[in-house]
Design a protein around this ligand. Structure first.
Ligand code: SF4
Length: 402
């Protein structure tokens, strides 16, 4: 039977950098777009995709909607053999009617629109290139093109953001009725523009209590509107959970294509180089090369117990790939717990037992006793899950399984 696989495709180009962003993405390198897609197509050829049942495709970035839609179409045509969910991330500042229609025509069936806020002042402050009205226009074009499955990204914990801003956002969501909403807290990353603005005192973050109030306000309101809170940051109408992300939280396998893309196959986590020029160079002429250090056929990425010489595997650096983690069975079990606890339903005990032939209640009894005692998790029937308090202190819970 063909193995199921998810595919992530990274498009590392943006019109302009947002002030909080530390994703691998480049502004002002439009001259590299054509070469990039040539390299990307060559990289696809280094995998035996016909051996897999590719169930989900996620095109993220960067800003995939920044590049000409002909590139997106070419990539989809190369990798899609009947995936059930095909998502593309869209930035309202880069969209046209023609792009949205082409996405639809090439089989993309889910749009993830980066709105972040419905307040134009906040959008400007964090360096977004679009206004709320431009978002509304994108949303309208998407509906007209026939997109049903639309996600809207929102951010909380922004400098100068108030509960009133979120009330406005929720009212707009109520009118628009997207099938999915993702809510992310601002994370201040080192080296970003916003970090400098905060350390110089130009901007101030809301305190932890207000940030938590924002989270709970959005959660409660979205639930009242009929969204299921199914993962720490994600809410969906019935039947519209993100299948691609869900599979990642279920520890299913995926490959990442493109600069800085990460993959998870056979218990090995590896990544492509995050240097755009290097990526282009590495894949410029590599198409059709057989057996690139175990990458042509992913089965050749050996399991840890079979690894005699790690350097041997690192040969797959011929493709610029970097091994980040070769998981032992123990690592895999811990990660299964960690990922499972991101989901609001929690870790499915019988699924853990079936996968690892071990009872997680027994294996992790010390950690679980402690976390239950502090009311951070609860064990309910077949599930181990975060409590409401655990949602606020999820990092403390995950630490127990690292
Ligand atoms: S559009 Fe997205 S990837 Fe690009 S700079 Fe902004 S947050 Fe980063």
């Amino acid at each position: 039977m063909e193995k199921e696989l998810g595919i992530y495709v990274h498009i590392p180009f943006c019109k302009k950098r947002c002030s909080y962003c530390d994703f691998v993405s480049y502004a002002g390198k439009e001259d590299k777009i054509d070469q990039y897609f040539k390299a990307l197509k060559n990289e696809i050829e280094t995998y035996n995709l016909k051996d897999y049942n590719v169930t989900t495709i996620y095109i993220g970035g960067g800003t995939p909607s920044f590049v000409d839609s002909k590139y997106i179409k070419e990539i989809i045509q190369k990798i899609n053999k009947g995936a059930i969910e095909l998502t593309i991330e869209v930035n309202p500042g880069t969209i046209t009617k023609q792009k949205i229609e082409e996405y639809k025509n090439c089989g993309i069936n889910r749009l993830s629109i980066g709105l972040q806020s419905t307040n134009d002042n906040l959008l400007k402050e964090i360096g977004r290139i679009h206004t709320y009205n431009e978002f509304l226009n994108t949303y309208k074009l998407a509906k007209e093109a026939g997109f049903e499955n639309i996600n809207i990204d929102l951010m909380i914990g922004l400098p100068n953001q108030t509960i009133a801003d979120l009330k406005h956002a929720i009212n707009e969501i109520k009118k628009l009725e997207p099938k999915h909403v993702s809510v992310y807290s601002l994370i201040v990353e080192e080296g970003t523009k916003i970090e400098k603005q905060l350390s110089s005192g130009e901007l101030q973050l809301p305190d932890d209590e207000l940030e938590r109030q924002m989270y709970w306000y959005v959660k409660d309101q979205l639930e009242l509107l009929g969204y299921e809170h199914y993962e720490i940051s994600n809410f969906a109408k019935k039947g519209y959970k993100s299948k691609h992300n869900w599979n990642c939280w279920e520890q299913k396998e995926y490959i990442g294509l493109g600069c800085a893309a990460h993959s998870y196959l056979n218990g090995v986590r590896y990544a492509n180089t995050d240097n755009l020029e290097e990526y282009i160079k590495q894949f410029a002429n590599i198409a059709g090369v057989e057996n690139i250090g175990g990458v042509k056929n992913s089965e050749k990425i050996e399991r840890p117990e079979e690894i005699k010489d790690l350097k041997e595997i690192k040969n797959f650096n011929k493709c610029g790939r970097i091994i980040e983690e070769v998981q032992s069975l123990e690592d895999q079990k811990n990660e299964y717990m960690l990922l499972g606890l991101r989901k609001l339903e929690g870790v499915n005990i019988s699924a853990f037992k079936a996968k690892y032939i071990e009872n997680p209640l027994y294996k992790y009894r010390t950690q679980l006793e402690k976390l239950v005692k502090y009311n951070l998790i609860e064990i309910n029937g077949n599930y181990i899950r975060l409590t409401n308090k655990g949602l606020d202190f999820a990092n403390l819970v995950w630490e127990e399984f690292v």
